[in-house]
Design a protein around this ligand. Structure first.
Ligand code: SF4
Length: 347
C-alpha cells in the first residue's frame, strides 16, 4: 500500500517546484532530507544540484549504484510480503539478479575495478542477498507487521513542519517501510554502507532524515487508524564488505538493525533548525544569493566536490565547462527515491 494513495488526495507539489508565494506574502517551501542536507553543506551546491540539475558526465559512484540495487531488491521483497505474496529464497535470488542486470551493474567493474573486486561483483551480490534471506528475513516475518510499503509522504502537503512570519515548511520523504512491532510503529530505512563496526550507532544521530520520518510516521499512523507511539526509526544496515570471517561476527557483523529514538523536545529542535533553513532558502531564491562553502570544495566526503570543476574556473568560462562536462538530469522529485527519468538517489 502506498500512503499517498490511501489518503486519496490530489498530489500538489510538482517535480521542479521548490516554493509557492502565497497571497499573504509568505512562502511555502518544499524540502526533503537530500535537498536540506545539500543546502546545509553548501547553498551553491543546492543550486547546481536541484535548480540547474547538473551531474558530471559518466557519474557512476560505486556506493550509490550498489545501494540503489540493494534498495530496489529490499523494496520488492517487503512489498511482496506486504501484499501477502511472500517470496521464497530462489525467487529472491532471481529477483536480485534481475535488478542487477536492469541496473547494468557489471559495468561498475570498468569504473571501479578495485571496489568491484573487493565486493566480489555479481557473486558478492548473490552471497549478500542469500545471507540476508536466510538470516534476517525470517526474523522480520515473525516480528514485523508491515503497515505501509513504498511510503512516500508529503507531496500532498500533509507533513507541515511549521511556519514563521516568512515561510511555511512542508516536508517530503520516503522511508522504505512502516512496521508495527511491540506496540510501536517504526519507519524502517534500508542502508548499505561500507562496513559495520562499533561506531555504527553514532552514524544516525544527529541525522537530518530520521526525525522527518518519525514526524511523518506520527501523521501517517493516525491516518491509518493506529493510536500507537511513533518515536523511533529502525535503520536496517547491510555492510558491502563482509568482514565476518576475518574477525568474528560480533566485531564486524554483516547486518545490523539500529533503533534511533527522538524525544518530543529533540523533534522540536529539528523542526526549528529546518524552519531556519527554509527561511534562508527563501532568501537565496528571493535575492539569487547563494553562499559558497569553500571549505568543502576540494574535500567533501573524502573526495572533491562534483562542482569544483565548474567553480574553480572564472565565471565567464563556466558555461563552456558545464556544456562539456555535465549533463542536466530530469527534475528531482522531493521525497522520492528516483527522479523523473528513473535516476536513483543515494541510499
Ligand atoms: S565546489 Fe565548493 S562552492 Fe562549489 S558547490 Fe562545491 S562546495 Fe560549493
Amino acid at each position: 500500500m502506498n500512503v499517498e494513495s490511501s489518503t486519496e488526495t490530489k498530489e500538489e507539489i510538482k517535480p521542479g517546484q521548490f516554493f509557492k508565494i502565497r497571497d499573504d506574502g509568505k512562502w511555502e517551501i518544499y524540502l526533503d532530507a537530500t535537498m536540506a542536507g545539500t543546502f546545509g553543506v553548501c547553498e551553491m551546491m543546492y543550486r547546481e544540484a536541484f535548480l540547474e540539475r547538473l551531474v558530471p558526465k559518466g557519474d557512476h559512484p560505486f556506493a550509490r549504484d550498489l545501494g540503489s540495487w540493494w534498495s530496489a531488491v529490499m523494496e520488492q521483497i517487503y512489498n511482496a510480503e506486504f501484499n501477502q505474496k511472500r517470496l521464497d529464497s530462489k525467487q529472491i535470488v532471481d529477483l536480485s539478479m534481475k535488478v542487477w542486470n536492469e541496473l547494468q551493474l557489471d559495468e561498475l567493474e570498468k569504473y571501479h575495478p578495485r571496489s568491484f573486486k573487493e565486493f566480489g561483483g555479481r557473486y558478492g551480490a548473490l552471497t549478500m542477498i542469500a545471507e540476508y534471506a536466510t538470516r534476517q528475513l525470517p526474523i522480520d516475518y515473525q516480528t514485523w507487521k508491515i503497515i505501509a510499503a513504498e511510503a512516500h509522504f508529503g507531496r500532498n502537503k500533509e507533513v507541515c513542519i511549521g511556519e514563521t512570519d516568512k515561510i511555511i515548511l512542508y516536508w517530503m520523504g520516503q522511508p522504505d517501510l512502516f512496521v508495527l512491532s511491540n506496540e510501536r510503529i517504526f519507519p524502517v530505512d534500508h542502508k548499505s554502507i561500507a562496513y559495520i563496526d562499533a561506531n555504527i550507532t553514532k552514524k544516525y544521530k544527529p541525522h537530518i532524515q530520521i526525525p522527518g520520518y518519525i514526524i511523518a510516521g506520527q501523521i501517517i499512523a493516525k491516518q491509518l487508524g493506529y493510536d500507537l507511539p511513533v518515536d523511533r526509526a529502525i535503520i536496517n544496515c547491510v555492510a558491502r564488505t563482509d568482514r565476518t570471517s576475518k574477525s568474528g561476527e560480533s566485531k564486524y557483523p554483516r547486518f545490523k538493525r539500529i533503533s534511533v529514538s527522538y524525544s518530543p523536545s529533540e523533534l522540536d529542535e529539528w523542526r526549528s533548525r529546518r524552519l531556519r533553513q527554509a527561511e534562508r532558502l527563501r532568501h537565496c531564491f528571493e535575492f539569487n544569493d547563494w553562499a559558497w562553502n569553500e571549505y568543502a570544495c576540494s574535500n567533501i566526503w573524502n573526495k572533491p566536490c562534483q562542482y569544483q570543476n565548474i567553480h574553480e574556473k572564472p565565471p565567464e568560462v563556466r558555461p563552456v565547462v558545464i556544456k562539456a562536462d555535465y549533463i542536466q538530469r530530469d527534475f528531482w522529485i522531493p521525497g522520492h527515491r528516483k527522479s523523473e527519468n528513473g535516476e536513483a538517489k543515494e541510499t
